[in-house]
Write a protein that binds this ligand. Structure first.
Ligand code: SF4
Length: 234
């Protein structure tokens, strides 16, 4: 497969119903809604990756948020985590605007794609190991499609790291044993790419200052430069 297959993959992901618990949760949340979004028609389906098919850099999160991606249908769009991530991407010159409000807001990513190892919003933001493993083939296919242009991968958080490394291996990438350990700022060469670790942009991390905007921008800028993207200094 080549990069032209990515839109097709995204459409197939959007139709997936492989995890009964997650299907029921994402659809129940979409029916019940949050009061602030009562006039929205929630997406209520799996959320595919977002960004160009010829991306040089990939950001791997965890899973869509119930009232974020599960509402808007676009990865990291419409929640606080996305606000932090997209503002940082804009700051380093990798996004066309600092905000991500809805799927038709005009946001473009420059050379960067954002995805997750689990494509449906899980209760309490916690997919089960079985759900993570069931969703892995989607990430594996996405990695294979992106591989020809990809030069750097940033994984957000330890859970994403644990989910992503087996997917890298399954996609045919050579992953060292023992597997590289996650930490914020970690940087490893991986099968001709550069792999970076970054604390997740969750509210728990950003509200407490565990992950500051400066720390996030640093990782994104370093990864972008490793990928050959023209990241700007802030
Ligand atoms: S989490 Fe992944 S495998 Fe499970 S239903 Fe959603 S898209 Fe399908």
């Amino acid at each position: 497969m080549d990069a032209s297959g990515l839109p097709l993959l995204d459409r197939r992901i959007s139709d997936c119903r492989a995890c009964p618990r997650l299907v029921s949760w994402r659809e129940e949340v979409a029916r019940a809604k949050r009061a602030a979004y009562a006039d929205w028609t929630y997406w209520g389906r799996p959320v595919p990756g977002f960004g160009p098919a010829d991306a040089r850099m990939l950001i791997v999160g965890l899973a869509p948020a119930a009232h974020g991606g599960n509402r808007t249908g676009r990865m990291f769009t419409g929640d606080r985590s996305g606000d932090v991530l997209y503002e940082a991407l804009y700051d380093v010159g990798l996004a066309s605007q600092p905000t991500a409000m809805h799927a038709d807001d005009g946001l473009e990513l420059y050379g960067v794609r954002v995805t997750s190892p689990v494509h449906c919003a899980p209760p309490a933001n916690k997919p089960t190991p079985q759900e993570r493993d069931t969703c892995r083939p989607w990430l594996v296919q996405e990695l294979r499609l992106l591989r020809p242009t990809l030069r750097a991968v940033v994984v957000l958080g330890a859970f994403g790291w644990q989910a992503a490394l087996p997917a890298f291996a399954e996609a045919g990438w050579s992953v060292p044993r023992p597997r590289p350990a996650f930490s914020h700022g970690a940087r490893y060469p991986l099968d001709g790419l550069e792999l970076f670790g970054c604390f997740h942009v969750s509210q728990r991390n950003t509200f407490t200052g565990r992950l500051t905007p400066a720390m996030l921008r640093d990782v994104l800028r370093t990864a972008a430069r490793a990928a050959g993207l023209p990241a700007t200094a802030v």
